[in-house]
Design a binder for this molecule. Structure first.
Ligand code: 9MR
Length: 364
């Protein structure tokens, strides 16, 4: 059995005390949720199935006022087989968020990627039928239970070479550039009360063909939708911050202001940090991640319309980036640290960065 010297115990206690800066914030009752609430922001996280199987992980969700479905409301989950609906996972999240008193953001009704295989090769007429039927079936079932719908996810992918920077895919094939408008109009006709969001990726970077091309395309679409009276409540900017891409946080902040001028709310909707290009040393890496998050969020939050901050999970343990990285490099390779809590559900500097950016938001 291992024994501890008195000095060892004192040192261990001192180390605990030194690392207690973040837990102290908890001791006064503050969570990211309450800190955000104090400055007019809803804080939330994506939730996968681990909230039912890992109690330590689920406890972290006490910090959230909102949960976004990570995959449970996607077509691949709801309609894995053509015309056969399986609502089990989505219903479970509806129950969870109702029981815990959280806002539920159902993500996402339509995406051109990660769809069930059976969509491939359908005729345009079939795709149109499937699209309308999916809205009618799913949105009517969850009316009054889902407070926010991500109606459309990632409509733009300029590299596909389609007009307006739109991405190619089944829904673009079905309705052309009008597909986004059609989705919002039909969803609103089925559920007039839910807040409807449009979600897009890459706007946080300055890479040619990505952020540089997508930002203006999205701005134009949002303007067109608003001018034609579509009930678009908000725009989600994913913000999977990639430390390997060029960025300009001030420019991103200015972009939020431009969107805000069109009369929409703005969500930072999938916040995490891709640290693949950063040094190995954990302390160095965590600091660089935290600095990036704090600067980015501080800029974004200077626009009042930014009223939702959602991280894409809470612990590194279940980050989608871990899955991506393991596929590319294997499990023994250095693991990514994209989120506010580590694998052991301990707070990281990233938590303090989010709290700090929220706390420094100018008062209304
Ligand atoms: O994190 C999500 C992962 O669990 C799913 O397997 C994947 C495919 O449905 O989608 C991931 O979430 C994506 C989100 O829906 C849209 N923006 C990018 C996210 C990360 O890929």
């Amino acid at each position: 059995m291992q024994t501890f010297s008195r000095r060892g115990v004192i040192e261990a206690l001192a180390t605990l005390a030194a690392g207690a800066a973040a837990p102290r914030a908890m001791a006064d009752g503050s969570t990211l949720g309450t800190i955000a609430q104090g400055v007019g922001v809803t804080f939330g996280s994506a939730a996968g199935g681990q909230i039912y199987t890992d109690t330590a992980y689920e406890k972290l969700f006490a910090e959230t006022k909102l949960v976004a479905s990570e995959w449970q409301f996607k077509m691949s989950s709801l309609q894995a087989q053509k015309g056969v609906y399986d609502f089990w996972n989505a219903d479970q999240l509806v129950d969870y968020s109702a029981r815990k008193g959280k806002t539920l953001k159902a993500h996402c009704l339509f995406w051109q990627a990660n769809n069930p295989a059976w969509l491939t090769g359908l005729s345009t007429a079939d795709l149109q039928y499937v699209f309308d039927k999916h809205i009618d079936t799913v949105v009517s079932r969850y009316a009054g239970k889902v407070q926010i719908w991500d109606v459309v996810n990632e409509p733009f992918w300029p590299a596909d070479g389609q007009p307006g920077g739109f991405g190619a895919g089944p829904w673009f094939q079905a309705f052309g550039q009008d597909w986004v408008k059609r989705a919002f109009q039909r969803v609103a006709a089925v559920d007039a009360k839910a807040r409807l969001y449009l979600n897009e990726s890459q706007c946080d970077n300055n890479a040619a063909g990505l952020g540089v091309a997508i930002r203006p395309a999205l701005l134009k679409l949002v303007g067109d939708l608003k001018h034609s009276g579509v009930p678009l409540a908000g725009v989600g900017l994913e913000s999977h911050l990639d430390m390997g891409l060029p960025y300009d946080d001030a420019q991103f902040g200015a972009y939020c202001a431009q969107l805000s001028n069109l009369g929409v709310s703005i969500a930072i909707s999938e916040l995490d940090v891709r640290d693949f290009t950063l040094p190995d040393a954990i302390a160095t890496r965590d600091k660089m991640i935290a600095d990036r998050v704090q600067k980015f969020l501080t800029q974004a939050l200077s626009t009042r319309a930014v009223d939702q901050v959602v991280t894409w999970g809470l612990s590194d343990k279940y980050s989608w980036l871990k899955g991506l990285w393991q596929t590319q490099r294997g499990t023994t390779f250095r693991q990514p640290r994209p989120l506010p809590y580590d694998d052991q559900m301990q707070k990281k500097p990233c938590w303090n960065a989010i709290a700090g950016a929220l706390r420094s938001r100018p008062r209304a």
